[in-house]
Design a protein around this ligand. Structure first.
Ligand code: PLP
Length: 395
């Protein structure tokens, strides 16, 4: 049946038809533990009753009216997200790439307002910001960019976690107006931005009058143990991108801003047909309420420690395991060799995981997992890695 699809994904040979909490059932009735959450989307797990009820009620009432009219649910959601994040205004869209497109457009407006004809945005090695042309250009992955030239002008790339490189870029490029970065790089291999690095970015942005723009599409909504990852560095950005977990599977993205950055877009300067429609906004409101009610960001921090401690105990001494890292429920286990085959081996063991940056096992379990489910992830992954390292040892 997949002949009718553009072949953008080398899909695994399994299809799911039902989910509940951290579990998925395939079309043959087999049950899988989901340690990936649809790539950090289903933070509340599958078929969460609060989201299901919100969608059911809203579907019976009103799906869409367009942004030509007031949308009270969108306004309520914006107010809640601003209160949690320290931002002041929100533009809703439908995906992470669109949220970052809005951020990039804000930076351009910011630059032009300063009288710069060709404003530049500082982006990082190994960054991932999406697949539209501008966000693909901002993405630090040559393979993802190959064949899509000409790319978009106006980006300057520096190594991640390197403040000296930021200072050098500031000296070399007089046109920089913003920094776009993930506080924890996801696709790039669960690379954690040091607290001092994130603080240092804030200082540089203040010193130079740049916008600090965090892409929290993957890290946001409690995933890293706080509502937003930057909160662990005690700073606030000027612009914030959200998507993935915001709707728990209902597509919705958001670009948030504060201060002068929040006033840059005016009627006619940006827009969207679907963005923030009543159905999507209602789902996201249910997500926000559930994160609040069950203190799931705090729970993610606790579970992250449990998982990291478990992995260190089971695998810390294995020579093939180079690093165990992450924040909250965004975890990476870096091996000394390519390990893409582990994804299929895990699938056979009825566990869903991901491998990114060739050698990094990426785990993004839902925030609602139990301690027992977390321990099960530790056991299964540790067994798989042990077998994998033994079977691929070069001797
Ligand atoms: C997934 C992701 C994106 C892109 O989101 P889409 O919804 O696929 O467009 C952007 N930035 C980060 C950090 C992501 O993880």
């Amino acid at each position: 049946m997949q002949q009718a699809l553009m072949q953008t994904y080398a899909r695994l040979p399994v299809s799911f038809e039902r989910g509940e909490g951290a579990w998925l059932w395939d079309t043959d009735g087999n049950r899988y533990l989901d340690a990936l959450s649809g790539i950090a989307v289903c933070g509340l797990g599958h078929a969460h009753p609060a989201v299901t009820r919100a969608l059911q009620e809203q579907a019976e009432r009103l799906l869409h009216t367009s942004n030509l009219y007031g949308i009270p649910l969108q306004e309520q959601l914006a107010a809640k997200l601003c209160a949690r994040s320290g931002m002041e205004r929100v533009f809703f869209c439908n995906s992470g790439a669109e949220a970052n497109e809005a951020a990039i457009k804000l930076a351009r407006l910011w630059g032009h307002r300063k009288g710069l004809e060709r404003p530049g945005i500082l982006v990082m090695d190994n960054a991932f910001h999406g697949r539209t042309l501008a966000t693909l250009t901002a993405t630090g992955n040559r393979k993802a960019q190959a064949g899509f030239g000409p790319l978009v002008d106006g980006f300057v790339r520096v190594p991640f976690n390197d403040l000296e490189a930021v200072d050098a870029a500031a000296r070399d490029h007089g046109n920089i107006v913003a920094v776009l970065a993930e506080p924890v790089q996801g696709e790039g291999g669960i690379r954690v931005g040091d607290v001092d690095y994130l603080k240092g970015l804030r200082e540089r942005c203040d010193a130079h009058g740049w916008l600090l723009m965090f892409d929290e599409v993957q890290t946001g909504m409690g995933r890293t143990g706080s509502w937003f990852a930057y909160q662990q560095a005690g700073i606030v950005p000027d612009v914030l991108s959200l998507a993935k977990a915001l709707g728990n599977g209902m597509p919705i993205g958001a670009s948030l801003a504060r201060g002068e950055a929040a006033e840059l877009l005016q009627p006619g300067s940006h827009g969207t047909t679907f963005g923030g429609n009543p159905l999507a906004a209602r789902a996201a409101l249910a997500v926000v309420d559930t994160l609040e009610r069950y203190a799931l960001a705090e729970r993610a921090a606790e579970l992250g420690e449990r998982l990291q401690a478990g992995f260190r105990e089971r695998m810390g001494a294995l020579p093939g395991v180079q690093d165990i890292r992450g924040r909250g429920l965004m975890l990476g286990i870096e091996l000394d060799r390519p390990c893409g085959d582990l994804v299929k081996q895990a699938l056979a063991a009825r566990l869903l995981i991901n491998v990114t940056a060739e050698r990094v096992i990426r785990l993004l379990p839902p925030l609602i997992i139990s301690d027992d489910e977390a321990d099960r992830i530790v056991d299964t992954v540790s067994d798989l890695v042990q077998d994998f390292l033994a079977s691929t040892a070069d001797n």
